[in-house]
Write a protein that binds this ligand. Structure first.
Ligand code: PLP
Length: 420
């Protein structure tokens, strides 16, 4: 788990032994593989939706994380995409893991990840789940309220608790602060309560919201974490862990870039948490690691012409695809992230061809199963493929199984250019 340098793709494959993956040579990119797979699947009568995931992309992200945030150890947020191949790749790279349930703890522990490399990052836990963590030696866990403290005092007094504070989530796709975290002004009371219950508090965490768009949310949250640290110290706690959460961008072309976030974070860390202070800094990135590695391929099941014309009198075309908002494209998430969904057509077409406003639907009969309702595409036919890049985060892990449409198969590849 320690050694990640000087490893060729072939060696990587050997390390990732249990994973069924295709090693691509220099002449083929993951996108070319995707197109080839779509063509060969169609030729053999297999039109099922599928994914191609480039594990090399995940490896490259890890190198970037370690380079740009040298003081921070990543604990991958399992909820974001818990496919075994992703978890195994990250375990091989030596990241820690942030888990939110016993099932997530179990997945990671079964891979041989030491309990010390896991943080139980759900501030509100079922008592039996706390006991499960205790039985397996997972000590670090977050909390944000008094009732959680009572549960810990009764079931797991050895736990190393991390106080989750509220961060500014206003500039993020998905806010977490409405539900999780204690306001900085209420920290003192809560920490005093922890002290009175003999609970060990070791640190502070926050989350700026998933899909954070404002680097300064991190600056402000790190400043608040410093205040919470000082309150803890004043009460006699040895504050040793700062957890800066997730929220980092994972899509290609997302702005601000990861480097910009890192610049602000590094500066704030240096200002608020000097290197001389004995503080371990961790993060819980999810979408950062997996979003761009996954591309979804959906097949056109049915084509319809919509009678209404658009404002410019153009024909509108409607396509039913074989994955949708009850599968990989969770409705709530889609509405918020929609502007970032940029599908492209599988087959080669003359770029001079006219584009038509198109509606893309998922396979169920529900009217809510609408992926996009106005995207310009050339005229397509039944059996054609549409590809969606940046589909690794909160997609596969959200599949509802409504109508029992099977979750798309994932083909894992390792591109030579991107692997370690
Ligand atoms: N940690 C916790 C507690 C979360 O709830 C989430 C996402 O919801 C994450 C980490 C990962 O966030 P992201 O995928 O935006 O990095």
């Amino acid at each position: 788990r320690e050694k990640t340098e000087d490893i060729s793709p072939l060696h990587t494959c050997i390390f990732l032994g249990g994973i069924n993956l295709t090693l691509l040579d220099n002449s083929m990119s993951a996108q070319q593989f995707l197109k080839q797979k779509a063509t060969s699947n169609s030729a053999s009568g297999n039109e099922d939706a599928f994914y191609v995931a480039d594990l090399g992309d995940i490896m490259q992200k890890h190198c970037q994380f370690m380079k740009e945030l040298p003081r921070v150890k990543p604990f991958y947020a399992v909820k974001c995409n818990s496919t075994r191949e992703v978890l195994q790749t990250l375990a091989y790279l030596g990241t820690g893991f942030a888990c939110c349930s016993t099932a997530e703890l179990d997945m990671v522990l079964r891979m041989g990840v030491p309990a010390t490399d896991i943080v139980y990052a759900n501030p509100c836990k079922q008592i039996s789940h706390i006991r499960y963590a205790a039985e397996h030696g997972v000590r670090r866990m977050t909390f944000d309220c008094e009732s959680e403290l009572f549960k810990i005092a009764a079931s797991y007094p050895q736990a190393e608790m991390i106080l989750q504070i509220v961060a500014d989530n206003r500039d993020s796709w998905h806010s977490l602060s409405g539900k999780c975290g204690v306001h900085i002004n209420e920290c003192e009371n809560l920490l005093e309560k922890a002290k009175s219950l003999n609970i060990q508090v070791f640190g502070v965490s926050f989350h700026t919201g998933s899909g954070c768009k404002n680097t300064h949310s991190f600056r402000k949250a790190i400043e608040d974490a410093r205040k919470a640290f000082d309150i803890g110290k004043k009460l006699g706690y040895k504050m040793r862990i700062l957890d800066i959460g997730g929220g980092f961008p994972g899509d290609t072309e997302f702005l601000p870039t990861f480097e910009k976030f890192a610049e602000v974070i590094n500066k704030s860390l240096d200002q608020c948490f000097s290197c001389n202070e004995d503080v371990e800094i961790i993060a819980e990135p999810g979408r950062y690691y997996v979003s761009s590695a996954f591309t979804a391929a959906l097949n056109i099941v049915t084509k319809k012409e919509v009678t209404k014309k658009d404002g410019e009198g153009r024909r509108t075309l409607s396509y039913i695809l074989n994955d949708g908002t009850f599968g990989s494209f969770l409705l709530n998430y889609l509405q918020i992230e929609e502007k970032n969904l940029k599908p492209f057509v599988g087959k080669d077409f003359d770029t001079a061809l006219e584009l038509f406003p198109s509606i893309l639907w998922g396979p169920t009969c529900a009217s809510e199963d609408e992926i996009l309702n106005n995207v310009d595409l050339p005229e397509l036919e039944m059996g054609d493929w549409i590809f969606f890049p940046n589909m690794g985060a909160y997609t596969i892990s959200m599949n509802s199984n409504f109508n029992a449409f099977a979750a798309p198969k994932v083909y894992f590849v390792l591109t030579k250019e991107k692997s370690l």
